[in-house]
Design a protein around this ligand. Structure first.
Ligand code: NDP
Length: 678
């Protein structure tokens, strides 16, 4: 029988068996934890020294590329993970969420990093803002690697996704991590971490694994480290106040129990498509992963006059859920993850029955050869006797295929009941009426990390109530832990340190690696568009010749574009406007500026792919004379090639268009692809 190993200090440790980990399906032993205690001083030192250094020899862009390669590596070997994952009670669909959802998170962060993060290891959270009247003193914000390590403590329910959704943003941020999976399903996480190390893609020290207890690990952390936690509210409450974490102000992010809800709005009748959508969503959330999802719907809030219809249709759906060995064909729901979980859920249902009645319990006809020893629990639907009573469904989380139905009188009461969960990860509102959505969602958003509004239109593509997405924030207030995960680049920023920086624009440019307006520029005989990516320097600049805008320009541009807006063509209306005269089209000013600064011959600038932060600051009238300054602002090397195979990088240029009085008339960044000499 396999003895699992921890990966500490760059080597696998553990030879002697300790705790037996049993299959949720038949109670057979799948693996043992190891008896040897990891040396956490070594683990922390290794992460700080080797991990931090190796990660920061790379930059955001190259780490994003590694995440992509890791995702591909895992996907190519996913079947080896599916082969053991079902012992945790997971059906193929449950494992898909865990395994392919985990790899998908790596891909999502790889792509976010490539598209939105700079080269280097510093993020400029600009724009810089002037702090003096004459432009000599400015301030801005930067984000830099914290230098410490992240400890990620995970729950048993998603042993791979749970690890990877924390690992991906941490890795991208350049922070090494030590992951500690829940012991019950640590054999799945261990297999995944082995693959990640076997890939040869991980920099030394960037990922360590603890199977079993974390010992004195949390006592060894300091102010540059971070702890994240997913699991029960009780454990979160205990770990959050670890004296050493408080002493050193170590950020502690928790994602804990959550009594999520689904609200059926009063406008939906049993004949509407939305009614069936509601029932389907609830049934799915009760049974996917046997209800062991932090986002599962625990409270079903429906109008009083729909209680019976919802109960009837839900029971009809739940009756069809085939429970059994998840490796068998046709099985829709597996067992709970362990026998401890079975005891826990059974106990919680007993507690819930003190304030509710049993409406439905699935028949105990389990499919499989040896299911007698399995941790099976049938889908169970309860109905609250008094939705406003203390305790019950608003307080007790049965972490299995269990949910409680409750009625409300009007929509305000529904919102108040939803808030009784004291902070949740997610709620779903099913309605056909945008006015109800506009009323309910802002109130629900104060108590829920995510609000999913479902109607027939959204259902065509909805990713569902229960799926956290890498692009969107995951985490909720209060009882749900008060933390935030995912949410695109927000998660990466949790692992970086933000600092405000003040100084002259020239200093800020040097520090941020981005041209800041007012900084000294570099002007040479060579047009900046004639330089290859490697040769271009931040601050390299061109001040163009001038051009006087004529009435012919307005007429020609209006005819060319078809834009005959009164402000450009109606002398009387323009005179009565705030400008008091006809003015040039903003898009003419942009086009004319391009005409001033381009270097027209074939050269290293391959394409112009967009504009950012465009503002028309002052009007340009007939007779005004404009001039442009083009300055190399930011360079990003994504390691990409053009479709013809030319290696290229992204260059953003700061453009200021001014008039004859030196006043800014237009301001923007243009984004170009520039060939590398190599
Ligand atoms: P726990 O809170 O017991 O465990 C979560 C993680 O914390 C596990 O990795 C566990 O490790 C670890 N842990 C526990 N105690 C300590 C400690 N003193 N120091 C360091 N790490 C510790 O939750 P479970 O996973 O056992 O689940 C219990 C309940 O939590 C569920 O029944 C459910 O109610 C809720 N839950 C909520 C989730 C959510 O996201 N909202 C997800 C999963 C569970 P070990 O396994 O080794 O004890």
């Amino acid at each position: 029988m396999t003895t699992l190993q921890s990966f500490i200090g760059g080597r696998w440790i553990g030879a002697d068996a300790a705790q037996a980990l049993k299959s949720a399906i038949d109670g057979q032993i799948v693996a043992h934890t190891h008896a040897e205690r990891p040396d956490f001083a070594e683990a922390v030192g290794f992460a700080r020294r080797n991990g931090s250094q190796a990660l920061n020899r790379l930059d955001f862009q190259s780490r994003a590329q590694i995440l992509k390669a890791l995702g591909k590596y895992l996907m190519e070997r996913k079947e080896s993970l599916y082969a053991i994952s079902h012992h945790s009670g997971a059906t193929r669909m449950d494992s898909w969420i865990d395994i392919e959802g985990g790899a998908g998170t790596l891909f999502a962060y790889a792509s976010l990093g490539t598209r939105e993060l700079p080269s280097g290891n510093l993020i400029h959270e600009g724009p810089a803002m002037p702090l003096g009247k004459q432009g000599h003193f400015a301030g801005t914000h930067i984000l830099v690697p914290r230098g410490g390590l992240a400890v990620h403590i995970n729950a048993f329910n998603f042993p791979i996704w749970g690890m990877l959704e924390k690992f991906a943003p941490t890795f991208l941020a350049g922070m090494p991590c030590i992951v500690k999976p829940a012991t019950a399903t640590s054999y799945v996480t261990e297999a995944c971490v082995r693959l990640m190390h076997e890939s040869g893609l991980l920099p030394e020290g960037s990922l360590q694994l603890v199977v079993g207890s974390t010992g004195d690990l949390l006592d060894r952390l300091d102010g540059q480290d971070v702890v994240t936690f997913t699991g029960s509210a009780d454990t979160a409450a205990k770990l959050r106040v670890t004296p050493n974490l408080i002493r050193h102000s170590v950020p502690f992010t928790a994602e804990a129990d959550s009594l999520n809800c689904a609200i059926l709005a009063p406008d939906v009748t049993p004949d509407d498509e939305e009614f069936e959508l509601f029932v389907k969503e609830v049934a799915r959330e009760m049974t996917v992963k046997a209800g062991q999802k932090c986002t599962a719907i625990r409270r079903i809030i429906v109008p009083d006059n729909r209680l019976d219809a919802v109960a009837e249709r839900l029971a009809a759906r739940l009756t069809k859920v085939v429970v059994g060995d998840p490796s068998k064909d046709g099985v829709k729901m597996g067992p709970l993850a362990s026998h401890d979980q079975l005891d826990d859920v059974s106990g919680r249902v007993e507690a819930l029955l003190a304030s509710s009645e049993l409406l439905f319990r699935g028949e105990a006809q389990f499919v499989g050869d040896k299911v007698a020893e399995g941790a099976f629990f049938a889908p169970t639907l309860l109905k609250s006797r008094d939705p406003h009573a203390e305790g019950g469904a608003h307080d007790i989380e049965a972490f299995g295929p269990v949910s409680t139905l409750m009625g409300y009188g009007d929509i305000d009461e529904a919102v108040a009941l939803a808030a009784r969960g004291k902070g949740s990860l997610v709620s779903t509102l099913v309605t056909r009426d945008p006015r109800i959505a506009a009323k309910v969602v802002p109130a629900a958003a104060a108590w829920h990390g995510r609000v999913h509004v479902l109607d027939a239109e959204a259902a065509k593509e909805s990713t569902g109530h229960g799926s956290p997405l890498p692009q969107l924030k995951h985490g909720g207030p209060g009882r749900a832990g008060g933390g935030e995960e995912l949410g695109g680049l927000r998660a990466v920023k949790h692992y970086l340190q933000r600092a405000a920086v003040q100084g002259s624009p020239t200093m800020l440019s040097a520090i941020t690696g981005e041209y800041v307006r007012g900084a000294k520029v570099i002007e040479t005989e060579v047009h900046p568009f004639r330089r290859h990516f490697e040769e271009l320097q931040i601050g390299e600049s061109l001040l163009t010749h001038r051009r006087t805008v004529t009435e012919a320009d307005l007429v020609n541009f209006g005819c060319l574009s078809g834009d005959h807006f009164y402000m450009h063509f109606d002398e009387i209306a323009a005179k009565e406007s705030q400008f008091g005269k006809r003015i040039a089209h903003g898009y003419f000013v942009l086009s004319a500026a391009a005409g001033l600064f381009v270097s027209p011959g074939v050269g290293p600038v391959l394409a112009n792919y967009g504009l950012d932060t465009l503002r028309f600051v002052s009007p340009v009238g007939i007779g005004d004379t404009i001039q442009a300054r083009l300055t190399c602002k930011r360079k990003i090397d994504q390691g990409k090639q053009s479709s013809l195979g030319t290696p290229q990088g992204v260059v953003a240029w700061d453009v200021e268009v001014t008039n004859q009085n030196g006043e800014l008339v237009a301001s923007y960044d243009i984004l170009t692809l520039v060939a590398k000499r190599g």
